[in-house]
Design a protein around this ligand. Structure first.
Ligand code: GUN
Ligand code: ZN
Length: 434
């Protein structure tokens, strides 16, 4: 299916360095995108792109909406859809009281299949076309995830969670089974369609030293894979992790000792870090993935964006469903904005719009494929309506600049502002349930 999309186009060329950094993005007021064979074949002014495309190609007129790259969520838990909104005082109570119970349901593949359908429906409804996801400890949960991602031809990263202690027996693997099952998931799904497998030790608390060795060995054996885990989310968690690994200098050093840091490593939360740890993240090119709705919901803490950026740490923003409370990257960046405001640091809407798209793609080392509207990249696209609700439409009457429109989408937007989504060049947002 080939399509010509007409509308206002916005894509980032690099990170915006301030409100007036117009050279950081490309904007076409009456633009067109030519989607051909799942890729973006042309980007430009409508008249020009129309002239270059065969006349038989169908045009979809999305004016006056804003067309942007599909949104990217670099930290989300597929088995936690039914955990969202669980009443807990803090992380460990939430994990033990709800999450480790819920995830046991994924031993049943039919449950995994059902949740996978809902999961991808929800992502698409919210304009998210790529995610880095945790499955459960069960190998079958990864199969359910990737079968559904493949069916929808989505660019997805996911891994079978490795966890062999400090959790219910039914949710624990062993170092050997974690190795065998992870490698089996890699062999079956990495590079299958648009699927990418991540090595996924849950966090230091639920992996024994022997299992961390296995995670390191898997990483050495599969060096192009992402590694995803959690780091320094909560003070009690940090103290527990450091007790379990007394030889490590700090929490970050636990992962360093097993060779798990690097440019493909995604560290969820990364809130309470010493200067030494910040330096280690910067030096290794590891990514600190902030999850603001989760951090506020669980009372975990405030992400130090300015400090981390100042030290040269790569950063990203994510939902962390089900600790997080919304699938929407708009809701996520709205909370990220408020978390920075509380620390006296104001983040401009050009910067937050970059984070949701190109910024998160750079953090995933996938910017050659996703996160922009560049020609030759994959045709994952969102069509946004900043007047989607009566209240938004009223406020939009006062928005006169692109930055004000983006800020309105961030502040008031959710799935209702996502008018259409194209995945690999095909319209994907429907109103029918899973
Ligand atoms: N740390 C270890 N596992 C989890 C999880 O599932 N969610 C969050 N927010 N933190 C974790
Ligand atoms: Zn998480």
């Amino acid at each position: 299916m080939n399509l010509l999309l007409r509308g206002r186009l916005l894509t980032f060329l690099r990170r915006p360095e301030g409100p007036n950094d117009v050279a950081s993005y490309r904007y076409e007021d009456d633009g067109a995108l030519f989607l051909r064979d799942g890729l973006i074949a042309a980007f430009g002014a409508f008249d020009e792109v129309r002239r270059l495309t065969p006349h038989s190609v169908e045009t979809v007129d999305h004016r006056p909406h804003l067309i942007m790259p599909g949104l990217i969520d670099p930290h989300i838990h597929f088995p936690q859809m039914q955990v969202v909104g669980s009443y807990a005082g803090s992380l460990l109570e939430w994990l033990n009281g709800y999450t480790f119970i819920e995830e046991q349901r994924f031993a049943d593949a039919s449950h995994g299949e059902r949740i996978a359908r809902h999961f991808f429906d929800e992502l698409i409804r919210h304009g998210t076309t790529t995610a880095a996801a945790y499955c459960s400890v069960h190998r079958a949960s990864a199969d359910c995830f990737f079968v559904e991602a493949r069916r929808r031809d989505m660019r997805m990263i996911a891994g079978k969670v490795m966890m062999d202690r400090n959790a219910p027996e039914a949710l624990c693997d062993t170092p050997q089974s974690a190795f065998d099952d992870s490698q089996a998931v890699i062999d079956r799904w990495h590079g299958e369609g648009r699927g990418l497998v991540a090595i996924t030790p849950r966090f230091a608390i639920t992996s024994s030293p022997a299992q961390m060795e296995v995670a390191g060995a898997l990483t050495k054996r599969n060096p192009d894979l992402h590694v995803q885990t959690h780091l320094s989310e909560n003070r009690e968690e940090i103290a527990f992790a450091e007790r379990l690994y007394p030889d490590a200098a700090d929490y970050t050093d636990i992962y360093a000792r097993y060779d798990l840091l690097g440019e493909k490593t995604l560290l969820g939360h990364a809130i309470h870090l010493s200067d030494r740890e910040v330096g280690a993240l910067a030096e290794t090119g590891s990514v600190a993935v902030s999850c603001p709705t989760s951090n506020l919901f669980l009372g975990s803490g405030l992400f130090g964006l300015k400090r981390l950026e100042g030290a040269g740490v790569r950063t990203a923003f994510a939902t962390d469903i089900g600790g997080g409370t919304s699938y929407s990257m708009f809701r996520t960046m709205d909370e990220a904005y408020k978390v920075q405001q509380l620390q006296g640091h104001r983040v401009h809407p050009l910067r937050t719009a970059w984070h949701m798209t190109r910024g998160n793609a750079e953090a995933l080392s996938l910017v050659d494929k996703i996160g922009t509207l560049d020609e030759g990249t994959e045709a994952d696209v969102v069509v946004l309506n900043a007047s989607a609700t009566p209240a938004m439409a009223l406020k939009m009457e006062r928005a006169t600049t692109l930055a004000e429109e983006l800020f309105l989408l961030q502040t008031m937007g959710d799935d209702r502002a996502v008018h259409q989504v194209y995945v690999a060049g095909r319209p994907a947002k429907t109103t029918s349930p899973a």
